[in-house]
Write a protein that binds this ligand. Sequence first.
Ligand code: TRP
Ligand code: SF4
Length: 330
Amino acid sequence: MSVKKRILSGMRPTGALHMGNYLGALANWVTMQEQYECFFFVADWHALTSDYENPSGMENYVREILLDWLSAGLSPEKSTLFIQSKVPEHAELFLILSMITPVPWLERNPTYKDQIVQMQNKDLSTFGFLGYPVLQAADIIMYKAQGVPVGVDQVPHVEITREIARRFNFLYGPVFPEPEAILTQTPKILGLDRRKMSKSYGNAIFLSDSPDQVRAKVMQMITDPQRARRSDPGNPDVCNVFEFHKLYTDPDTTAQIDTQCRAAQIGCVDCKKMMAVQLIRGLGPIHEKRAYFQDHPKIVDEIVAQGNRNAREVARRTMAEVRAAIKITY
Ligand code: TRP
Ligand code: SF4
């Protein structure tokens, strides 16, 4: 019998997930369930590090993201799905790790510097925001995860996690394995306006969009920007609509569209209509599951309650080892 490797990942609950989030992270998680022992959690405390001024939306966002996860195919039979704040051991481990983490490691964290510049509208000069990677390290090593599926932007945090684990083991004896980042491919798809797909740009197609909404959004998509007239040949290589065809339309039809576009034998309106049909078909099972879970909120509650219990059980065992290692067993 082969023992499955354990992986863990989390998402901050900041609103409904869009196609970029789905193709860039969630779809990978769904596939990884077959191969790994999986822990996936809603990082609500992490959301608080930047949105502490207005936590009123959090409860809804947590609910939304859980619905998105379950509709996309994360399954309680295959994975432990839980909420960070329901496993308060994360806070205890965060505290202990904060004792041994040198501040310069956090100050030179590239995402820290970037975010402070990018989010000028928020005051991020807080202790909690600086300590974000320490909390993330606690999340990861609590479960002794060997792999952490993340996008490139999160690699520095996994690197800090490895350093913290190493330092803990050096000071108190071997307790934690050093996790490795498992890089997930980020999709080439863009938002409707060709900028990066993002909730805050208002250019996103959400997993929870109805077929009508999806169709309307697809029709608004900017195609090959060089193709001004129907009679101009297009270039599928730079067309966002075509990226979706590659993912959702069968390969023969996609190849045909490629040829016809370059010869101006197909117009963008028709091409989009075809793509919308395929995308809506592809999202069908997700929409069906969402409808089911929306109609059965108790089932969602039970799934999460069970996930929280599983996670907490593991966390309790780890904390017993941690307390023994740091001699706080009295
Ligand atoms: N920082 C991650 C993000 O913004 C979310 C996160 C929190 C996470 N804790 C984690 C990801 C642990 C992986 C493992 O996307
Ligand atoms: Fe893009 Fe299709 Fe228009 Fe070609 S025909 S530019 S692939 S939308």
